[in-house]
Design a protein around this ligand. Structure first.
Ligand code: NAG
Ligand code: NAG
Length: 412
């Protein structure tokens, strides 16, 4: 995966009439480009500085939000945000969003966000007269999260990530997989957009909250993202149905051969070639990681998708994903898709990172969404802090699909 990790860092230097781009490749070499632009060109570019925005509603009630068209100042309804919910939207520096209690109309605005390049996470205010202790506690947690994100950005210069994929959602199985028009009927036509939200920096853990490009409406200049999943419901269900007939008691241990009490789930592996939809899933994973899909084969840099089912009481106690046998072929990155929802907030089955520096981390990303974490450090050492557990399921069941990415080409 040599030429794999490219970071494009765009620096807009105000006051001076140039824009530099810096490209750092995996050898650590940085290439800087400088270009001179006219004022008009710069204005134009400034207008198009995209920002992945995450907005959190601390209130225990629904809210509506509106986007202000910069040309007409008209407020356009964008959608609702659940009580204590999050909305991820793709925007541009300079854009304005207006927030009001649900169904009350924009006149009842209680907050307004002016999008800037320096900020990705916006926490809306609580009701002024809200003295509910739980609400206040929740609000303070959100502010704490915001401080973490801002501090991370200050230290690293990096915001939360935003990427997209043209591996469109599947909605059904085409009657004839050779027939492009049959395929077309079963696929969405909008790119899938991903916002990578940093949950922890030590270990590196991200939640992939997703958005989908909405169709451009007449008169609208830009495209907007609508909150959606990394896998469509159809795709998540299909992965489960492909796995069900093959699933067996999971094994654990260095040689992967032990029936063990630390791992009480059942699992199986699905090949990329197993189904058209699997091909899409691998290609979308490649887009999420910004790596070439051509390395995502078992004789190269990834294992087959491992699908795991946990029933009530089943768990996988704390473990690392990297191997313990000293070989350089280590699992470097884990991409974990959640294939169904928790049946209740207390249904268990979250993925926990007990050693996370920022405090014990517990996450269930929800159906179709994913968590991405690194098991290796930049220097090639394994990251001890990446220790994680699948907490016992208390209600319902849990289905996940995992892709393990290897740093070195490996024969497995
Ligand atoms: C990685 O991202 C850059 C910038 O968006 C893009 O130009 C490049 O094609 C991507 N590479 C892969 C392998 O997806
Ligand atoms: C899963 O949970 C999310 C978030 O609560 C919800 O939007 C979605 O509709 C649920 N999906 C299903 C299939 O129940």
């Amino acid at each position: 995966m040599q030429s794999v990790f490219y970071f494009f860092l765009w620096l807009l230097v105000f006051g001076q009439c140039h824009i530099s781009s810096v490209e750092v490749d995996s050898s650590g070499e940085a290439h800087a480009y400088e270009e001179t632009h006219t004022y008009e060109e710069e204005e134009e570019m400034a207008e198009l500085r995209p920002v992945a925005v995450v907005i959190k509603n601390p209130r225990s009630s629904w809210i509506d939000y509106y986007w202000q068209n910069p040309e007409s100042n008209e407020l356009l309804y964008q959608g609702k945000i659940d009580p204590r919910g999050t909305s991820a939207t793709s925007s541009y520096a300079g854009h304005v969003f207006v927030f009001a209690p649900a169904k009350k109309g924009p006149e009842k605005e209680f907050a307004r966000v002016h999008v800037t390049e320096e900020k990705n996470l916006y926490i809306l205010p609580l009701e002024e007269d809200n003295s509910n202790e739980n609400d206040i506690k929740y609000y303070q947690q959100l502010l704490e999260e915001q401080r973490f994100v801002e501090d991370y950005r200050k230290r690293t210069g990096r915001p939360t990530h935003h990427v997209s994929s043209n591996e469109y959602f599947w909605k059904c199985i085409p009657e004839n997989s050779q027939d492009p028009s049959a395929i077309e009927k079963c696929r969405d036509t909008q790119p899938v957009s991903f916002a990578l939200e940093a949950l922890s920096t030590e270990p590196k853990v991200f939640r992939i909250n997703n958005g989908r490009l909405k169709k451009k409406k007449k008169g609208e200049k830009n495209l907007f993202f609508k909150k959606k999943q990394a896998l469509s419901d159809f795709e998540a269900d299909l992965v489960i149905s492909l796995a069900k007939p093959k699933i067996k008691r999971s094994l654990a241990g260095t040689h992967g051969g032990l029936v063990s009490n630390t791992r009480t789930s059942r699992n199986t592996w699905l090949d990329r070639n197993e189904h058209l939809v699997m091909e899409t899933l691998y290609r979308r994973a490649a887009d999420i990681l910004n790596i070439s899909e051509s390395v995502l084969y078992p004789d190269k840099n990834v294992e087959q998708l491992q699908v795991v089912n946990y029933q009530v009481g089943q768990e996988y106690t704390s473990h690392h994903d990297f191997g313990a046998d000293g070989h350089p072929q280590q699992r470097m990155i884990t991409l974990l898709f959640y294939l169904n929802n928790q049946t209740a907030p207390d249904a268990g089955g979250e993925t926990a990172f007990p050693k996370a520096k920022n405090g014990y981390l517990k996450v269930h990303a929800g159906k179709g969404n994913a968590v991405l974490f690194y098991s290796m450090l930049e220097d090639g050492n394994a990251d001890d802090l990446s220790l994680h557990a699948a907490l016992p399921v208390k209600k319902g069941e849990k289905w996940i699909g995992m892709l393990f990415f290897f740093f070195y080409f490996t024969k497995r």
